[in-house]
Design a protein around this ligand. Structure first.
Ligand SMILES: [Fe+2]
Length: 267
């Protein structure tokens, strides 16, 4: 039996049916051997409604705040809007687009495990969705974050290549090097900003998947120059709103400089 621990202040802590579903979804991750289609998660109608609510709210925010290159990626890799897409179908499409695939995990995992999997073309993805009582909030990554934030960019061969570089670097890294690599991942693919036709716009998955963070990240955080050694020395807290972010001069520039920086670690 697989039981998912939730904190007492988690919005789903007292919801027995949500917790049973989380346990069931965790068992899918636990028993999935990595070949064949990922079993479908048993989402409820209320959970599909959460997906609709959040994706409907994000669409105009993407148009206003996301980098145009990201909007193009989202356009090339559309996701269902009426219901939560199952990981199996998204993974098969990713495989065809860039060679990446999804593999379910039961929850947040360590940086080395997450990053190292990227070297093997594998993006470790949660499958559950946040609790329906709080559609705007999740204390942990969920399927909205993984799919709305990451899937379209992982389908882009340049992001897939950069992700593999992160993975190769993490495989060889010492503990100190790993925390530098993890921070660079965080401030680029998760929370990176880019300059786009004179404006600062959102690039990273954590911004694209959060109604709360996208506008705040673009308009109301401290913006710092894109200096990878400075990024590597900057701590972050995954559970809090981000007080400062780094702005790359452009998407291509972010890819090139990050990839060169990862080369030091064998990325
Ligand atoms: Fe993420």
């Amino acid at each position: 039996m697989f039981n998912v621990d939730l904190d007492p202040d988690h919005p789903g802590f007292h919801d027995r049916s949500y917790r049973a579903r989380r346990d069931q979804i965790a068992r899918i991750a636990d028993s999935y051997a990595g070949d064949g289609a990922i079993p479908d998660a048993p989402y409820t109608a209320a959970e599909h409604a959460v997906w609709r609510t959040v994706t409907t709210a994000l669409a105009p925010l993407h148009r206003r705040f996301a980098a145009r290159e990201v909007q193009a990626m989202l356009g090339r890799f559309p996701l269902a809007t009426g219901h939560i897409p199952q990981l199996a179908g998204v993974s098969a499409r990713l495989r065809a687009a860039s060679g990446m695939r999804l593999r379910p995990v039961a929850g947040l995992i360590g940086a080395r495990e997450f990053l190292a999997a990227l070297a093997a073309d594998t993006f470790l993805s949660t499958q559950y969705i946040r609790h329906a009582s709080r559609p705007w909030y999740t204390p942990e990554p969920d399927v909205i974050h993984e799919l709305v934030g990451h899937a379209a960019s992982l389908a882009d061969p340049r992001v897939a290549a950069l992700s593999r570089s992160f993975g190769r670097a993490a495989l060889r890294a010492s503990e100190a090097e790993l925390s530098a690599i993890e921070r660079v991942y965080w401030f680029t693919l998760e929370f990176g900003l880019v300059r786009d036709a004179g404006e600062v716009r959102a690039f990273g998955a954590g911004l694209l998947s959060s109604v709360e963070e996208i506008e705040r990240g673009v308009l109301h955080t401290e913006h710092r120059a894109f200096d990878l050694d400075a990024i590597a020395a900057t701590e972050y807290s995954p559970a809090d709103l981000q007080p400062q972010l780094f702005v790359a001069p452009g998407v291509e520039d972010m890819f090139n400089r990050t990839s060169e920086w990862l080369g030091r670690f064998g990325g």
